[in-house]
Structure formats: structure tokens, C-alpha cells
Design a protein around this ligand. Structure first.
Ligand SMILES: Cc1cc2nc3c(=O)[nH]c(=O)nc-3n(C[C@H](O)[C@H](O)[C@H](O)COP(=O)(O)OP(=O)(O)OC[C@H]3O[C@@H](n4cnc5c(N)ncnc54)[C@H](O)[C@@H]3O)c2cc1C
Ligand SMILES: NC(=O)c1ccc[n+]([C@@H]2O[C@H](COP(=O)([O-])OP(=O)(O)OC[C@H]3O[C@@H](n4cnc5c(N)ncnc54)[C@H](O)[C@@H]3O)[C@@H](O)[C@H]2O)c1
Length: 448
């Protein structure tokens, strides 16, 4: 049986980052991936999603052209061409991932791995051994157990199979995926009906984000059923889909499930190991990504902590530094992680929501700053978008413990503010920074 210094199961964001880092230390590394290299993010997540989001943003910008004096008709979208160009780009990314793995002398096997015991995995009938094994198998979309659920598609199928822009679509789910796909499809020209479990989209976010994204979607013509329950999906005689819900029935071309994800730990024969799972099937880890078995680790979506690519990458790299590069305390701090929802308008967030801050620090110890305005880009005509920003500060020195925003540029402006907040910035630090004019970002350093 061949022995490796390190084996990573799963060639997504988490597994690739770990394998490359271990390889860069001269370790003998095996990476096992059952599907396309790059995992969810590259193939059916962040990357194709952002391409679609960019196309949708362009479509929206055409609405502004007349206000700026351009005498142009709104161009037609060739959806199949967009999909083909997106696929070609992803193919190029695959190539660059393989080149990087090769540069770090990582051996890659295509196949689905299963544990044989705490130190051994089997793939394609061969067994491989290591004292250091990373479980980085990620997750897959949920599909509810209701009649006709199979007529709907989930996000993997949306990116792998959809070659035509649906005329009408029902999107079930109001989290990241549902909200992002709804905004994009609406801007590209589909008639969108969303089904939300609660009374606003993005219910886990600060109320500024959930309220403004919800209101903006309604204003843009997206129908939203709140507190919805889907009873069944039926196929009509002309091939359309009938969504039967607690508030009535609609008929659409496509149904998209966006109701959450679950880890794929049920397929790796985890019972052959002493690794302990949480109740929801995610892998139980400590602050250092250790599972309950010494030498077996888990990072990325499979731990169910924060399903974001940069989190998966950061945790994996730090783990490799700790295990193979003599940095015994290295680990990821999961506090103050910035994240963006690529909705239309885009939303960005870091730190505590107002509700969380009140719970943790008490209302009297907080000072909250808000700002709503129309960015200059939307000042010439009838097409209007607003920018809504919020700072949550704590204590006498007004340390910033939460920053949230909805509106143009929020995706790009958040990263720099995140650095400052991670360093412990106070409101005074923001006030002491001279604004950049005219931008939306300047509002964060001029709020009173
Ligand atoms: C639609 C969508 C949009 C997203 N957009 C963003 C975004 O904009 N920004 C962001 O930060 N995050 C985004 N995410 C989340 C991000 O994609 C994940 O957090 C990230 O991919 C997690 O990486 P991972 O390596 O843990 O898991 P994955 O990327 O899922 O990788 C796991 C890999 O393991 C493989 N695998 C599974 N079982 C086995 C086995 N037994 N043997 C071998 N291989 C196996 C799988 O095939 C897969 O390739 C998005 C997710 C979705 C679904
Ligand atoms: N921009 C990004 O960074 C980005 C984008 C997409 C996904 N992600 C990551 O992937 C994870 C998974 O995203 P997701 O959207 O699949 O899950 P999610 O947990 O964010 O959202 C699922 C939503 O569906 C709702 N829901 C569940 N059952 C429902 C039902 N029967 N009817 C209506 N609504 C229902 C839930 O209330 C929840 O709000 C996210 O938590 C995020 O970490 C990140």
C-alpha cells in the first residue's frame, strides 16, 4: 500500500489549498477528487454565479444608458453564448488548478474515496495510507421530500444543465443562493417568483440588508411569497411546472430549489473511522480543525461553520502551516469574516447584526449610524437605486463591531473596511480618514 505524508479527500477550495500548501513544504501529497477539480466554487458556485451576476449587472446598466444620453436599444442576450463562454473560462481555470498542483508535486487521483480505517482510504480499488488525512468533501444542495420535487433543479443543475433563459421561474429559498439567482434571472429578463420561508429575504442578515434587498426585489417586479410552504410540484400537459403552495398555485417554466445544503459525509464510510459527526452530518472539529481522531482533520463546508471559499482556503492553509511547518498555534479565527451576497443590489456584511449586538452587549452600550442616499450615478433620470449603510459601534470608544450595506459597490468596498475592523478600528479612526469624493464608500467615513 502506498504511503503519503498527507492525503486530502476532496478537490474543492479546501482540499486544493491544503494539498498545495503541504506540497510546497516538500511533502508527499495525494489529492483525491471524484468530480471536476475546483469543487463547488469553481464549477457550480462562486465562479459561474459571478459571471451570471456580471451579465445581469450589465443588463441593468443598459437601463441607465438613456439617462446618460445614449440612444441605444437594449441588446438581446444570447444566453447559450454566455453559458458557453462561462464554461470555457471554467475549463481554463481547471487547467490552472492542475498546473499549480503539478508545480507543488501533488499527485491527483480522480475517484471517490472511502475510509478503510483511521489511517487508510480506498479509491478506484486501491488503498492509500497516511498519518495526516484531511476530509474536505464539502456539501451538496438539499431537495425537500415532497411530491414532484424532482421536477425542480438545484444550483448544481442550474449551472450544469440550464442552456436557455427560462421565461418564468419559481425560486424556493430565501438565503444566499435563492436571493442571488433571483436577482440575476430577473435582471436577465425572466419573470421570477420567490418563495421565502420567513417574512423577508436573507433573514439571517442585519435587518438593513434583509429589508432593503426585499424591498428592492419587490420594486423590480419579483413576486415574493412570504412564510410559504410548498405542497407539491406538478407537471402540466404542455411541460410547464405547477407550484402548489399555501398561498395558491402558479405555473412556471422552471422551479429552482435553493433551500440549503448538506454535507456529503454519508458517502465516505465514516463509520470505519472514529471520527465523530454533529447531528446534521457535519464533521465535529475543534478550533484547530482536528476531528476526534488524531491526524484526521476537516475544513471547508463539511464542518458546517461558515460555507465560504476564502474561509475554506484560509483554514486549510493554516492547518498545513501548523501540521507541517512547525507553527503549533496556527489556526483560523472565524470572527469578523466579511461576506457579500451577489444580489441586485449587492449586499455586504461583516461582524454582528444589530440584533446580535443588542443581545451580546445591550442596547445602551451601542451607538448605531445609518445612511441612505442615491448614488450620483442614479441622479440623472428615472432609474433610481439607493445605497443603505449601517455601522454598529460598541462602548465609549465606539469600536466598530458591525458594518452592513446594500447598494452599488458594496462588494468591492467591503474588503478594505474589513481589514480596518479586524484591526479593531473605532468610529474615530473612520472619522479621521479623509473621504474619497464622489464615491458611495466615503459615506462610511462621514457618518454622523
Ligand atoms: C451557488 C453557490 C454560490 C456560491 N458563491 C460563493 C461566493 O460567491 N463566495 C464564496 O465565498 N462562497 C460561495 N459559495 C460557497 C463555496 O462554493 C463553498 O464554501 C466552497 O466551495 C467550499 O469548499 P469545500 O472545498 O469545502 O467544498 P467543495 O467546493 O464542495 O469541494 C468538495 C469536493 O469534494 C469532492 N468530493 C466529495 N466527496 C468525495 C469523495 N468521497 N472522494 C473524493 N472527492 C469527493 C466533491 O466532488 C467536491 O469537488 C457558493 C456556493 C454555492 C452553492
Ligand atoms: N455570495 C456568497 O458568498 C455565497 C453565495 C451562495 C452560497 N454561499 C454559501 O453557501 C451556503 C448555502 O447557501 P444556500 O442559499 O443554499 O443556503 P442558506 O442556508 O443560505 O439559505 C437557504 C434558505 O432557504 C430557506 N428555506 C429552507 N427551506 C425552505 C422552504 N421549504 N421554502 C422556502 N424557503 C426555505 C431557509 O430559510 C434559508 O433562508 C450559504 O450559507 C453560504 O455560506 C455563499
Amino acid at each position: 500500500m502506498e504511503k503519503f505524508d498527507f492525503i486530502a479527500i476532496g478537490g474543492g477550495s479546501a482540499g486544493i489549498a491544503a494539498a498545495n500548501r503541504a506540497g510546497s513544504f516538500g511533502k508527499k501529497v495525494l489529492l483525491i477528487e471524484g468530480n471536476e477539480i475546483g469543487g463547488t466554487c469553481v464549477n457550480v458556485g462562486c465562479v459561474p454565479k459571478k459571471i451570471m451576476w456580471s451579465a445581469a449587472s450589465m443588463a441593468q446598466d443598459f437601463n441607465l444608458a438613456a439617462d446618460y444620453g445614449f440612444n441605444v436599444q437594449k441588446p438581446q442576450l444570447e444566453f447559450a453564448k454566455l453559458v458557453a463562454n462561462r464554461s470555457a473560462y471554467i475549463d481554463r481555470l481547471h487547467g490552472s488548478y492542475f498546473r499549480n498542483l503539478d508545480k507543488n508535486h501533488v499527485q491527483v487521483i480522480k475517484g471517490y474515496a472511502k475510509f478503510v480505517d483511521n489511517r487508510t482510504v480506498e479509491v478506484n480499488g486501491s488503498q492509500y495510507e497516511s498519518d495526516h488525512i484531511l476530509i474536505a468533501v464539502g456539501g451538496t444542495p438539499d431537495i425537500p421530500d415532497i411530491s414532484g420535487a424532482e421536477y425542480g433543479i438545484e444550483s448544481n443543475q442550474f449551472f450544469n444543465e440550464l442552456n436557455e433563459l427560462p421565461t418564468s421561474v419559481a425560486i424556493i429559498g430565501n438565503g444566499y443562493v435563492g436571493t442571488e439567482l433571483a436577482g440575476t434571472l430577473n435582471a436577465l429578463g425572466s419573470k421570477v417568483h420567490m418563495y421565502a420561508k420567513y417574512d423577508a429575504l436573507l433573514p439571517k442578515f442585519d435587518e438593513l440588508i434583509s429589508t432593503n434587498v426585499t424591498e428592492s426585489y419587490v420594486k423590480k417586479g419579483i413576486d415574493i411569497s412570504f412564510k410559504s410552504e410548498i405542497a407539491e410540484i406538478k407537471k402540466t400537459s404542455d411541460g410547464k411546472l405547477e407550484v402548489v403552495a399555501n398561498d395558491g398555485t402558479i405555473i412556471v417554466d422552471r422551479v429552482i430549489w435553493a433551500v440549503g445544503r448538506h454535507p456529503v459525509t454519508d458517502k465516505i464510510n465514516i463509520s470505519a473511522t472514529d471520527v465523530v459527526l454533529n447531528d446534521d452530518g457535519t464533521i465535529m472539529v475543534d478550533d484547530y480543525q482536528n476531528t476526534s481522531v488524531a491526524g484526521v482533520y476537516a475544513t471547508g463546508d463539511v464542518i458546517g461553520k461558515m460555507d465560504l471559499t476564502p474561509v475554506a482556503i484560509a483554514a486549510s492553509r493554516r492547518l498545513m502551516e501548523r501540521v507541517f511547518n512547525n507553527k503549533p498555534t496556527e489556526h483560523l479565527d472565524y470572527q469578523l469574516v466579511p461576506s457579500v451576497v451577489f444580489s441586485h443590489p449587492v449586499a455586504g456584511t461583516i461582524g454582528l447584526t444589530e440584533a446580535e449586538a443588542i443581545l451580546e452587549y445591550g442596547e445602551d452600550n451601542l451607538k448605531i449610524y445609518r445612511s441612505t442616499f442615491t448614488p450620483m450615478r442614479y441622479s440623472l433620470g428615472d432609474v433610481k437605486e439607493t445605497e443603505n449603510l449601517k455601522l454598529i459601534t460598541f462602548g465609549e470608544n465606539e469600536r466598530i463591531i458591525g458594518l452592513h450595506g446594500v447598494g452599488e459597490g458594496m462588494d468591492e468596498m467591503l474588503q478594505g473596511f474589513a481589514v480596518a475592523i479586524k484591526m479593531g478600528a473605532t468610529k474615530k479612526d473612520f472619522d479621521d480618514t479623509v473621504a474619497i469624493h464622489p464615491t458611495s464608500a466615503e459615506e462610511f467615513v462621514t457618518m454622523t
